[in-house]
Design a protein around this ligand. Sequence first.
Ligand code: PGA
Length: 252
Amino acid sequence: MRQPFVAGNWKMNGSRASARKLIDGIKQGIDSVATAEVAVCPSFVYLADVQAMLSDTRIALGAQNFSDQKPGAFTGEIAGDMLKDFDCKYVIIGHSERRALYGETDELVASKFITALEYGLRPIFCLGELLEERQQDQTESVIARQLDAILALPGGVEGLSKAVIAYEPVWAIGTGMTATPDQAQSVHAFIRERIAEKDANVAAGVQILYGGSVKPDNAVELFSQNDIDGGLIGGASLDAGSFLTICRAAGA
Ligand code: PGA
């Protein structure tokens, strides 16, 4: 049985005050979420505040990015052990915004994946196709390429047993255009089958989240699909009420 999991990706939003208010709201309602694990991924600069506020809760902390390098002369970067210093359990890697806007390649994402595991961080590994790729019937080949970058690593398949996967069709992110439950389920099943070709146990155990315009009114249907184990939530994670409703949809 895979535990349902919902993570909030706050992206580059909010202020110190709004981050505190959001965490307060989530804490107040978290007891209504019975079975799902819940995590929030604030901006780096709010990690210390959020860590302190979460210390007496079961809500986990994650970061949105980090460097694949060991500490050293890398101006502007954040190392894995710095995230561990703030009790981060998760780190998002390979988000489509990082791939598209900051030139992150499959190779760099794979390097971050391995580095995260070395630091004892659980990667939330994102993958997903562009609209043109879906229209040209390339969804599965794109997903296969992105996934194979991890599967081809020495220890990559075993690494997936300590990671979470997030399928996020790029055309659905922040657009209000959610994948239908069938579209999402079909890609989730494809991902699980491809992992199963290497290791059936890892495939059966790995949580695969859906992300892309998940809202309180579509979460139940998405999360009821066989291979959808929860969600990576952007916009709707910035409102405590919406986020909690989505968490309950995953595991009330
Ligand atoms: P969205 O973002 O929920 O705002 O579409 C999801 C994500 O990018 O992780």
